[in-house]
Write a protein that binds this ligand. Structure first.
Ligand SMILES: Cc1ncc(COP(=O)(O)O)c(C=O)c1O
Length: 400
């Protein structure tokens, strides 16, 4: 018998705020009606703001994997060569998918402890003098490891060698939580989905695309139907979809965009950075190791924590779930059993995070895992410093 609200501290799906749940609690409307057209236009335009693009964004009723496939089938042809980077489990899955579509992937190997190295990408591209590589495909926030890749630097590396490859980026667990600039970084296809930074249930997949990507879509040779951008973009011009859309998720999306814009994207990004820094401070104090080894690549969205040798991460997660009603993320494939992941994204604030960290610290004790007590205090002190500015001003006003 578990009481109280379940703590869903996995790195997506992230908890759905009550405000979004209420927004979705609506009757389904006619998706050919004027009312729907208005909803469609609002969410399509709003999504552009989150991707920081003035170009088109399409929304599929799909998971993120579907949006990955849409990026591939709209731009590439069987036999095309692309460059990908082994940042972790999700980069490996995207690579597998590309291979299934007959794409020849040059996969830069990685140790799952950092983001993609812009210099390694630059080196590969510089050697590709015949421009055989048609795309560079990178995962912005590798959800399996808690490492981000610096997309602006990757774009700069591509520019330095004047390579014409498309830049395609998986922003599935970063969009709406980590600074991401589709236009400024001249990304050609950005792939995302609903259940992470958008704070929605799973079920929506996104592609933002550049003119260059749309041009590639006109001549590429991959068969497609459901995922075809142009089929989607035609009715989208008036807010409609070529098939039955996920209407109630779109109500939720309208609310999610409103929430993100009310807070301000810069504040959303800063909040995630601060929560992540507090989490890492706690982990370091416990004497445990953060999986990501490159400070520049630390993820603002999640922290993957290595278990001490001889201790199983899944058993630890079970102790936390059974005792404190909290779900932590599991280690995936190569790091299964070796790491657990703390999600700190979406509807997460100081108190949510401190409760989650308390659950982890209590779990470490309950599971008999060697650690130094007091990590939560360290996190609390860090978060107090962040709040200090606001309360000092407040006290002065009240006292004066
Ligand atoms: C970075 C990344 N890419 C792709 C996916 C796959 O998305 P989905 O499970 O929605 O198909 C995930 C899922 O967690 C992810 O985190």
């Amino acid at each position: 018998m578990r009481q109280g609200r379940h703590f869903l501290q996995i790195p997506g799906p992230s908890p759905v705020p009550d405000r979004i749940l209420r927004a979705m609690d609506m009757p389904v409307i006619d998706h050919r009606s004027a009312e729907f057209g208005q909803l469609g236009r609002t969410v399509l335009e709003g999504s552009q703001k989150i991707f920081q693009t003035s170009g088109p964004v399409v929304i599929f009723p799909s998971s993120g994997t579907g949006a990955w496939e849409a990026a591939i089938v709209n731009t590439l042809s069987p036999g095309d060569k692309v460059l990908m980077v082994e940042t972790g489990h999700f980069a490996t899955l995207w690579r597998q998918m590309a291979a299934r579509w007959g794409i020849d992937v040059d996969f830069i190997p990685g140790d799952w402890r950092r983001g993609a190295d812009p210099a390694a990408i630059e080196d590969r591209l510089a050697r590709d003098t015949s421009h055989a590589l048609k795309a560079v495909m990178v995962v912005h926030n590798e959800t399996s490891t808690g490492a981000t890749s610096r997309i602006g630097e990757i774009r700069a590396a591509m520019d330095r060698v004047a390579h014409p490859a498309l830049l395609m980026v998986d922003t599935i667990s970063s969009l709406g939580s980590v600074d991401y600039r589709h236009d400024e970084w001249r990304v050609d296809v950005s792939v995302s989905c609903s259940q992470k930074g958008f704070m929605l249930p799973p079920g929506l997949g996104f592609n933002a695309m550049s003119d260059k990507a749309r041009t590639a879509a006109k001549s590429n040779k991959m068969p497609r139907s459901y995922w075809d951008w142009e089929e989607m973009l035609k009715p989208n011009a008036n807010g409609f979809f070529p098939y039955t859309p996920a209407t109630n998720l779109l109500y939720g999306l309208r609310e999610a965009i409103a929430m993100l814009m009310e807070e301000g994207l810069a504040n959303v990004f800063a909040r995630h950075q601060q929560l992540a820094a507090a989490t890492r401070a706690a982990v370091n104090h416990w004497g445990l190791e953060v999986l990501c080894q490159e400070p520049k690549d630390f993820s603002p969205v999640l922290t993957a924590v290595l278990m001490p040798p001889g201790y199983d991460a899944d058993q630890f997660r079970k102790v936390v779930l059974d005792n404190y009603n909290m779900s932590l993320g599991s280690g995936l494939s190569k790091v299964a059993g070796k790491v657990f992941r703390i999600g700190h994204l979406g509807e997460c604030n100081e108190l949510t995070l401190l409760a989650a960290l308390t659950g982890v610290e209590m779990g470490l004790s309950a599971a008999g895992i060697p650690h130094r007590a007091g990590g939560v205090d360290v996190a609390m002190k860090l978060l107090e410093q962040r709040a200090e500015g606001n309360s000092a001003t407040h006290l002065k006003v009240v006292g004066s």
